[in-house]
Design a protein around this ligand. Structure first.
Ligand code: GDD
Ligand code: MG
Length: 384
């Protein structure tokens, strides 16, 4: 069967609530949560533009207006972007079907809006054309497949079994990487206007009919849907483990400091490190390795920010210590506070001297008075 090379259109699923990524996603939908100072989905749009995919339909619901406000008509990314908004979540298949009126006849890509990868869309589409199935799924190998769609392949590349979120599984397996090439006939298999999942309602059925194929790629792949993974995506971009425009701009120095940022005397910028527009790093502060300092953020004298993300307008006051943490926009960390492996929601205010650690997270707007939370590494209630 001969089919056109690479589809010129894509549906991007951006309607989920991103609950596992709270409080990063409490006020901002996951697809436009900033990742190294860009709305996440910009990285997907870059990939589409690079592969000549000219049009994208965003299927949104949760905080839809915020997505449109951020991405607009897509001109800044070289892809013409259109929007379809659900009143109620329709699930992944319902959401795709809802976009049908905006799609041209012919195959199209579908992207989960939280996937960062290097996949070669041209090679992927070519395999879809060769196999001639109704759908081809990009597959990646992960060590723990339990929170993904588990896929078992036959020797000819067809999918023998698709099992969404298997409760139990030991060892590495191929999983659904959240990018598909679909033939338009698939839309006929999806009931309109009600909750329907492509992973549970469509793929298992296509697999049984022998019309579902897998495209295995062992390049970079990550779902940014948890705080650990969101943080790691920043590190991977800064270390240029995944190829992005941001990493290309940083080049071999692995450092970007905006010309409008200010650095105090003896401020230390340790690569890899990204310092955005208007940020200020005071004298004797240390930033990096693996740090992002967002637009207009301030790092006070003698403070330290290591393996962490400070979003826009965050303030880290003198001699505070921030490591392996995410500070959502406009949050403040008072003088001498220690923040380790924590996530601060938007506009949190952590007073001086507090110690937060061990995976704690604060909802947006939480206020902690000076010196009211501490942390003992060795505390063990069993000892008398
Ligand atoms: N429009 C719309 N409507 N979008 C939705 C809806 C909905 O009802 N539900 C989810 N989405 C979007 C989310 O915004 C996200 O971009 C994408 O669909 C996938 O949803 P997630 O909530 O991130 O799913 P997941 O990560 O648990 O699992 C999915 O992705 C894995 C790969 O990352 C599944 O496709 C798995 O099979 C897959 O392995
Ligand atoms: Mg996901």
């Amino acid at each position: 069967m001969s089919r056109p090379a690479t589809p010129s259109q894509a549906v991007i699923l951006v309607g989920g609530e991103g609950t596992r990524l709270r409080p990063v996603t409490s006020r901002v939908p996951k697809p436009v949560a900033p990742v190294v100072e860009r709305p996440f989905v910009a990285y997907i749009l870059d990939d589409l533009a690079r592969h000549g995919v000219a049009r994208a339909v965003f299927s949104s619901g949760y905080l839809a207006a915020a997505i449109e406000a951020e991405i607009g008509d897509g001109a800044a990314y070289g892809v013409a972007v259109d929007y379809v908004v659900e009143d109620e979540p329709l699930g992944t298949a319902g959401a795709i079907a809802n976009c049908a009126p905006k799609l041209d006849d012919g195959p199209f890509f579908v992207f989960n809006g939280d996937v960062l990868s290097d996949v070669d869309l041209g090679a992927f589409a070519a395999v879809h054309g060769e196999k001639g199935g109704m759908a081809t799924i990009f597959l990646t190998a992960v060590a723990d497949p339990r929170r993904y769609g588990l896929v078992q392949l036959r020797d000819d590349g067809s999918v023998a079994d698709f099992l969404e979120k298997p409760g139990e599984w030991e060892g590495t397996a191929l999983v659904n990487a959240g990018v598909y090439v679909l033939e338009p006939e698939i839309l006929d298999l999806i009931p309109r206007g009600r909750l329907f999942s492509i992973e549970r309602g469509v793929f298992p059925k296509l697999a049984r009919a022998g019309s579902l194929y897998g495209y295995v790629d062992h390049g970079y792949w990550r779902d940014i849907g948890t705080p650990e993974s969101y943080l790691q995506a920043h590190f991977d971009i800064l270390e240029r483990v995944v190829r992005t425009a941001v990493g290309d701009d940083m080049g071999d120095s692995y450092v970007y400091v905006s010309p409008s940022a200010t650095l105090g005397t003896a401020a230390r910028i340790v690569p890899p490190c990204y310092v955005a527009d208007g940020a200020a790093i005071a004298s004797g502060a240390r930033v990096g390795p693996l740090a992002v300092v967002g637009a207009g953020a301030v790092v006070g004298e003698g403070a330290s920010v290591v393996e962490s993300v400070l979003q826009a307008a965050v303030r880290v006051e003198p001699h505070a210590d921030v490591s392996r943490s995410i500070l959502v926009r406009e949050s403040r960390v008072g003088a001498g506070a220690q923040i380790h492996a924590a996530v601060l929601g938007e506009a949190c205010d952590v007073g001086a001297g507090n110690q937060l650690a061990a995976g704690i997270w604060l909802a947006p707007g939480t206020v902690l008075a000076d010196g009211c939370v501490g942390f003992r590494e060795q505390f063990d209630a069993r000892e008398s």
